[in-house]
Design a protein around this ligand. Structure first.
Ligand code: ZN
Length: 92
């Protein structure tokens, strides 16, 4: 008796890209308006880039740091209760 081996990794749900995401939208100018998980993902990429580009630096330009912190606060402020599904609202 033999069993068929199935690669479970190929059946795992793949994360949606901004183009295939059901919640990201296109603005009137054609730019992508990201959903909140994709906004957080993009923010994480920008913070990672800053960390990598300043690796080994003893002094980090205050403006660079202030710009990124402003970016972080702006993104966090855009994530409100309305981003969540109705059954998730008010539970956190
Ligand atoms: Zn999205």
């Amino acid at each position: 008796m033999s069993a068929t081996v199935i690669d479970l990794a190929s059946r795992r749900a793949q994360p949606r890209t901004r183009e295939t995401c059901r919640t990201c939208r296109r603005g009137t100018d054609g730019s992508i308006l990201e959903c909140y998980p994709h906004r957080l993902d993009s923010l994480a990429d920008r913070v990672r880039y800053d960390l990598l580009s300043t690796q080994g630096e003893l002094l980090i330009d205050r403006e660079t740091l202030a710009d990124r912190l402003t970016d972080v606060l702006h993104v966090l402020e855009t994530i409100t209760d309305e981003c969540l599904r109705p059954d998730e609202r008010g539970t956190r």
